[in-house]
Write a protein that binds this ligand. Structure first.
Ligand SMILES: [Zn+2]
Length: 460
């Protein structure tokens, strides 16, 4: 028998259907056994007694902005924040890097940047815009996780919004390529007109910005995206859903067999529109923070199982772009990848008693399964040894200087959480301990696994 590389002993292990104290054996970066007590020794043993062992989070919505806008974040700092926070895999969005990931060469350039600096494994989204429909195949060939489209302005000139014709054509192509389309769902005409009228009237404070992006803009766009996906047979993923009615439409579509998933983010679960008034520019995002009743509906939907994925939508920008009085000019994006796991455990498990396997599904198994990351998201034999050891009893304040981000600003900084990530392990190697990264960058590109073939029925 070959000697084990790693034994994680005595932690409370969270598997998809169970929580129990046990040991985890790792060989060549993969989990080979999970059981109450594993005999023998390993090259490295980690005492996890008193800690919970969860699958490393799979954050399928981050913007690291490299190459081209590394001054906004970059793979080194973004992935360090993930490692420290307990995230072991990211799927990185095609925009805010320059050039945006719209064709083969831009995908290759981003892959190179990530391989040089990423401390976590990564998948890369390609874009779906009016200017790159002919290049989708190039992206698929290289292993893109799927295609991201904006139904309203992206805020980035070189990543134009997908009008209905683009979305229809792009979904047909994505369906043929066997890849999902992810949409930022807000009605472009409505948000543009409301914003223009508000600015023209000199109404530019937080409340005016909120009024320019009403819930109906999201609800209408989700309904339209679902219709197009149903018509084209394309798998649809709706990113950062912020309203109860938005989630309800996705749930209804799923119930009639449409292949659609809902993602929400910690900022829609932990903050409401009053927090935007209190926190100011740092908490501006699109869709915006919502009234408390929407926040409550999101939690209810989550408990009912109508939300499949929670991701951070980490979308940083330099401090000069996250300040000022004109809410229509401030960059819309929240830095949150480092606090993804701890915020969800704290607000979801400690405060609301949502079972740990359900939360693990939302941030690890759910996203990994949806985007066909075959070896990610579970603590089970055959899966990568991507683990996070968490002290569920420890309460701590997240401070600005704890943040690994290039720009140490986040609406989550200054908050107190219960559930502190103590150690993060990627493919059997420790990549972070107690808020500090360890070792060298070693992130690998993940490409979607082939769909599992459906076996033909045996002949009579
Ligand atoms: Zn985003």
């Amino acid at each position: 028998m070959t000697r084990l590389d790693l034994l994680v002993r005595g932690g409370v292990v969270v598997t998809p259907c169970d929580i129990s104290i046990g040991d985890i054996a790792v060989s060549h970066g993969q989990i080979v056994e999970v059981s109450p007590e594993i005999a023998g020794t390993a090259r490295e043993e980690i005492d996890a007694r008193g800690l919970h062992v969860l699958p490393g989070a799979v954050d399928v919505h981050v913007h690291f902005n490299e190459p081209g806008r590394t001054d906004w974040e970059g793979w080194a700092t973004g992935s360090a924040a993930c490692a420290v926070g307990g995230t072991t895999t990211v799927a990185e969005m095609p925009l805010n890097a320059h050039p945006p990931t719209l064709d083969g060469p831009s995908f290759d350039a981003k892959r190179k940047a990530a391989e040089a600096s990423s401390r976590v494994d990564f998948a890369l989204w390609g874009g779906l815009t009016p200017v790159n429909l002919e290049r989708m195949e190039e992206l698929a060939e290289r292993g893109a996780a799927g295609f991201k489209a904006f139904m309203s302005s992206s805020g980035i000139d070189d990543f134009p919004a997908a009008d209905d014709a683009t979305l229809f054509a792009g979904m047909r192509r994505a369906a043929a390529l066997g890849l999902p389309v992810a949409v930022h769902a807000e009605n472009d005409a409505l948000t543009k007109a409301l914003a223009a009228a508000s600015v023209a009237a000199g109404q530019i404070i937080a409340r005016d910005y909120l009024a320019s992006r009403p819930a109906i803009a999201e609800i209408e766009a989700i309904a339209r995206a679902i219709l197009l996906a149903e018509e084209t047979g394309c798998a649809l993923h709706v990113v950062h859903v912020s309203t109860g009615r938005g989630v309800a439409q996705i749930a209804a579509a799923r119930a009639r067999g449409v292949d659609v998933t809902a993602e929400t983010c910690p900022h829609y679960l932990l903050f409401d529109e009053d927090d935007l008034q209190r926190l100011g520019a740092i908490a501006k995002c699109a869709p915006p923070l919502r009234p408390r009743c929407e926040v409550d509906q999101l939690w209810q939907a989550l408990v009912r199982g109508n939300i499949q994925i929670i991701a951070s939508d980490h979308s940083p920008a330099p401090a000069r772009m996250k300040s000022g009085d004109d809410f229509f000019r401030i960059w819309g994006g929240i830095s949150g990848c480092q606090s993804l796991l701890t915020s969800l455990l704290s607000a979801g498990h400690i405060e609301r008693e949502i079972p740990l396997p359900s939360l693990a599904s939302l941030i690890a198994d759910g996203p990994a399964s949806r985007f066909r990351m075959a070896t990610k998201g579970r603590i089970a034999p055959g899966y990568d040894a991507d683990l996070v050891l968490v002290d569920l009893g420890e309460t701590f304040a997240l401070r600005d200087h704890d943040l690994q981000y290039r720009h140490k600003q986040s609406p989550f900084a200054g908050m107190t959480f219960t559930s502190r990530p103590r150690r993060t392990i990627l493919r059997g190697q420790t990549v972070a301990i107690d808020g500090t990264v360890v070792g060298m960058p070693c992130g690998h590109l993940l490409t979607p696994a082939l769909p599992v073939p459906v076996p033909l029925p045996a002949p009579e």
